[in-house]
Design a protein around this ligand. Sequence first.
Ligand SMILES: [Fe+2]
Length: 348
Amino acid sequence: MSPVERLRSLTARKPGPASDRTDVPGSVLALDVAETAVLAEAAHLLACAPDTEPEDFCAQARRAAGVVPGRVRDRLAAFAWGCVTDGHLLITGLPLPERVPPAPPTNHGCVAAGTVTTRAQAILNECVGHTLAYEAEGHGHLFQDVVPSRAHARTQTSQSSEAELDLHTEQAFSALRPDYLSLACLRGAPDALTFLLPAKDLCTVLTAQERRSLREPLWTTTVDQSFLDTGLILSARVVRGPMPILRGAEDDPFIVFDHDLMRGISDEAEVLRTTVQQRYLVRRIGLSLAPGEMVLIDNRRAMHGRSVFAARYDGTDRFVSRSFVTADPARSRHARPGNGRSVAAAFC
Ligand SMILES: [Fe+2]
């Protein structure tokens, strides 16, 4: 038995019935009944609170990641290595609480963080990287309640519902942006679509000249509204760049983009920014997250947005647990006091 086979045999769990196993290639990882049960059991062992004990909570999640069935860990490891289809991985079959709590009216609390679903999300996050919080985003919480807010209904923030969330990569303005965006759904809304456009797909509908120009530092961007609202970022540091939109491998390009906040430094660059948006409207993928589904978006390889959807503000609205994951904690070490889990606003 090879070392790898032995490792797999040590960590293997009894598979579910054949009819429960759904090994779908591509961008979907469907957990079977047995895998969901293992994850639920592991999630219940996370005793710390992510909002008040983030380091201990993540240490528990990382330890629990060791019991995640080998098939699931292998798939998440492949995703982390860069085997990414359509810029994301949709994981279905996460455990759900017996009673999903009502969607809170604001994102101030940590309601989702108390559920088995978010704890399972924390474990899966630690299989691909390291969960990070940002002091100036989502009240600094490691796991944030993404719910529609009446006060923010028409803003370009995750709390909107009446305005489409424009095409962007997360924290385009910051060198300390997360590598992955992790969204786990507690309660869905069929009309709420998470839109995605992988950079690789975008490049297939651009000319060679357009692709070359996108690799030039021709765009500036400003800071996300959600970060500015905290008042922790100085106005002198609001404009960033100029920067390129595309970089990296020709056959696996990385992208930084924000249709709302980015501007070209020339007329030609502005036309190109608009071209990216136009291609997105034609090529984008739409995912409507259902309860127990989690999507990992590769923030280097794909842009995302969100559709308009109907909000009722009565506790029955869409309720998603959001978190950010880094592949390399060393990159933000200087910005995380005490080697903690939170990136200080002053460094974003
Ligand atoms: Fe976003």
